[in-house]
Design a protein around this ligand. Sequence first.
Ligand code: CMP
Length: 355
Amino acid sequence: MSAVPFSKISTPLNALFATIGLLVVATLTRQGLTGQERLVFELLLAAIWLAYVLQLSGTLLSRRHRLSGGMPALVIDLLAVLVPAAAFLFVGSRDRDLYCAIWLLKPLRDSTFFRLLAKVVANESRNLLGVTSVFGIVLFGAALAGYVIERDVQPDKFGSIPQAMWWAVVTLSTTGYGDEIPQSLAGRVLAGLVMMSGIGIFALWAGILATGFYEEVRRQDFVRNWQLVAAVPLFQKLGSAALIEIVRALRPRIVPAGVVICRKGDVGDQMFFIVEGRVTVATPDHPVELGAGNFFGEMALVSGDPRSATVSAATEVSLLSLYAVDFQILSSSSPEIAETIRKTALERRGRPPKE
Ligand code: CMP
């Protein structure tokens, strides 16, 4: 029973405990702490460790009941408990608190961002590897050229290729500590070229990652929308080409219970398909409830008139909205669906339907 609530609160707790734990680890490295202060901080670390033991049992239980938590979560939970325990047993008192820094991994456990990042890096690995190779080639070339140009002027800094490599890294990354500066004109021209290459290479890395993120998010949106669209009976007759088109056009939205989705008299620029939940249409005679598989907001699109009624969420409702311009495209690509929507709009205008 305890596994479910614990796994629900674990995300904010992980962030909070990890932050406190890491602050304590950092504080314990300060000089001049009294024995009593040390004891308080170490007790705090022990309390967090105990909470992580509880969380590990929660993860193990939820895995047993197939509730949640993939392999990475389990590995992180295990490391968070075992590494500090092993350090306590086998490492000297000076360094053992440092091993609690393993808790740095805790926030990764539930983060969808890091999962997304891992996917992007995996998808773009070939391109990233390509740019990394260019980085390596330019780095070695710069160190070689720096060595040839500067070895006689500054043998202590550029006396060998490995020595010149440090200058090459600092220059290529445009960090420029200034501890090694080419003295000759040729050396300075080389430094300028290396810096420019560095900017180009980092821009390439950033560009590949940004495009990778964009494409992955779009792909995930597409898959999620596809599943939502498949839940609407009206779209089940569509062929795959039309379905792809509609999946791209529809925008998912979750509306909490009680919120007004469209108000009578407003201009209507979109219609809505209900995936899950119910809405209430405040018609003049009596309110009408529409549930999953139904749609609303079509009358304004079909006629161009203002909204005929106020529609609000009776429960939390998952919707797919279709803008007027996409409705026109749908009308030409799937005339039967557009016809069904038009017929429903006419029926609703003519009489209060018995849904
Ligand atoms: P629209 O006029 O664009 O915005 C309000 C929506 O409420 C309307 O489109 C219909 O989709 C819906 N609606 C209006 N009247 C009825 C009705 N009698 N029964 C069911 N739905 C209705």
